[in-house]
Design a binder for this molecule. Structure first.
Ligand SMILES: Cc1ncc(C[n+]2csc(CCOP(=O)(O)OP(=O)(O)O)c2C)c(N)n1
Length: 558
């Protein structure tokens, strides 16, 4: 076998796994980047910060199901690790490469160097070092295998040398690729038939069952099977925030997002259910409003690909281990629709809860108020995001507004949300657009979230990454208002507002100055034309919407 460099090997392997983009701040694996140019079509997106590079890789991964790749040299490694935390919380297959220490010089106070490896431990499924060029092929294969297998998640490889200079070394190595591990899911484990029948018996026996669908449904692309089973057995469906695109919000059985950043109707329906069937959800605090929705002890059934997830928070009457799409398909084959009639009153009850929700919020959803209400922004996005659109939503108030008030209209739309980090959505949207350039990408963020990575407007313009970013600009992080009201004993002092308010800035003007399309919106009637113009633009677009600083999203109902 001829000798090749680690750089040649790595460039060929990344291309072999189907990577189209990598996201990084230079300089790391410099020779690999040169080889990428010579040997591959991979685009090397250099960003204005390692954290946003990680978020772009995360958006890329969640939009495509293919691992997103981000990189940093030794001094940027912890910035990159910080950016992996959301991918870790959201189970997104991100692969991070960093430069690391050289055994010849470590412990000698090398410029910029600390031991970064431990910092990756809490945010990765696998955290390893590549110290010898001969290990490139097996370590990179393992990185892909771990990232996409089981419950997906981030991995980290640290390459020897502050910039990963081990890639210059040569060895007799083969850039072998295992295409099976180029995307989620690599396997679709079949469930045990007895467990499928036991779960069905519970569902068919229940009078008021509800399904709670999570991110595992989207990872498994199991939306169609989920909806078919719900229809066959007449079972209302709530989703976690991460599973919001498992079922279109306008479907007659959809009751909304449950938990903390939620829609009241979903929590009310779950509260009235006599059986909860969890599918591909870790039943975490956010989805269950800290285990109040439903209450622990409710008769429960759970389906998951990870055996350790089954029964973690809710004691189960039945559990099914397997890939969500396959499990739901098997359940559909075996389901007995004769039990459906007895659930008709329950479905009607769930639908009237949804109708009550819509009536309660209609004044806000249709509000003509100036400054604009965020609810009205959500409604305009429901109407105008194209049928093949990908929507990415920041956390905090953005997560509450869109989780509760926005609906997907069709199963071909996708929805992803920050798993907790303010500032995630804008760079993640750029990554999603890189992964799916033919699909419209629409980001919803608050102004506090947008400020985090505003420099990436320049990256978007430079690389022609034409996402649309809609900013709920209330010149504040006003989700914090309630909390400060509380600690000030009811009403804040004027000075307390310093803790969560900003200057009102016109982001449209900043965007234009950098070369993006900037549209400022101050009246509700301007929203629809602005969104439509932004979607048609042949450059990245920022729609800056001036909204009401006093508007607070409804808190979760239990
Ligand atoms: C990394 C990170 N730091 C802090 C927070 C806490 N946090 C949640 S929402 C929020 C303010 C949100 O402001 P903005 O995005 O402008 O939305 P608004 O509340 O004004 O609608 C903050 C600071 C967080 N979620 N993530």
């Amino acid at each position: 076998m001829a000798k090749i460099t680690g750089a040649q090997c790595l460039a060929d392997m990344l291309a072999g796994y189907g990577a189209t983009h990598v996201f990084m701040v230079p300089a790391v694996l410099r020779r690999t980047f040169a080889e990428m140019e010579r040997r591959t079509k991979i685009k090397r997106i250099h960003t204005h910060g390692e954290k946003s590079a990680a978020y772009m890789a995360d958006g890329y991964a969640r939009a495509s199901g293919r691992p997103g790749i981000c990189m940093a040299q030794v001094i940027g490694a912890l910035n990159l690790a910080a950016g992996l935390r959301d991918a870790h919380l959201a189970h997104s297959p991100v692969i991070a490469f960093t430069g690391g220490r050289d055994p010849k010089t470590k412990f000698r106070k090398v410029y910029q160097e600390v031991d970064d490896v431990p910092a990756f431990e809490p945010v990765t499924k696998w955290n390893a070092t590549v110290d010898d060029v001969a290990r490139f092929p097996d370590m990179v294969r393992q990185a892909f295998r771990v990232a996409v297998s089981g419950t997906p998640g981030p991995v980290h490889l640290q390459f020897r040398g502050n910039e990963g200079q081990v890639d210059a070394a040569e060895a007799e190595i083969e850039p072998l690729v295992e295409p099976q591990f180029a995307r989620v899911p690599p396997f679709r484990p079949e469930p045990d038939t007895a467990s499928v029948l036991a779960a069905l018996e519970m569902l068919q026996g229940a009078t008021r069952p509800v399904i709670v669908a999570g991110g595992g449904v989207r990872a498994s692309q199991a939306g169609r099977e989920l909806v078919a089973l719900a229809e066959k057995l007449a079972i209302p469906v709530a989703t976690s925030l991460n599973g919001k695109d498992s079922i279109p919000g306008v479907h007659p059985l959809a009751v909304g997002v449950c938990g903390t950043y939620s829609r009241e109707s979903a929590n009310r329906v779950i509260g009235q259910a006599d059986l909860v069937c969890f599918v591909g959800t870790e039943t975490g605090g956010m989805t269950t409003h800290f285990w109040a929705v439903p209450k622990i002890g409710v008769p429960a059934v759970q389906i998951d690909i990870d055996p350790e997830a089954l029964g973690r928070n809710y004691p189960l009457r039945a559990s099914v281990l397997g890939d969500a799409k396959v499990v739901l398909a098997r359940m559909l084959e075996r389901a007995d629709a004769r039990s459906t009639a007895k659930r008709k009153p329950w479905v009607e009850q769930a639908q009237s809860v949804c109708t009550e929700w819509a009536a309660k919020y209609r004044p806000m959803l249709e509000s003509e108020a100036v400054p604009i209400r965020p609810e009205r922004m959500c409604v305009e996005l429901t109407k105008h995001v194209p049928d093949d659109g990908i929507v990415l939503v920041d956390t905090g108030h953005a997560g509450m507004w869109m989780g509760g008030m926005y609906d997907l209209r069709v199963a071909t739309q996708s929805y992803m949300r920050s798993a907790g980090h303010l500032g995630w959505a804008f760079p993640a949207g750029l990554g999603a657009k890189c992964a799916c350039p033919e699909r419209p990408v629409v980001v919803f963020t608050g102004d506090a979230g947008f400020w985090y990575h505003i420099g990436e407007i320049e990256t978007a313009v430079r690389w022609r990454i034409n996402s649309v970013t809609v900013v709920n600009n209330n010149a504040s992080g006003n989700q914090s208002k309630r909390g400060f009201d509380r600690v000030y004993g009811g009403e804040q002092t004027e000075k307390a507002r310093e803790l969560w308010t900003y200057r009102m800035v016109n982001f449209a003007r900043i965007a234009e100055d950098i070369g993006a399309l900037g549209i400022r919106v101050e009246k509700p009637a301007e929203l629809a034309p602005a969104i439509q113009r932004a979607l048609k633009a042949d450059r990245p677009a920022i729609v800056d919407v001036a909204t009401d600083i006093e508007a607070l999203a409804p808190v979760a109902v239990t």
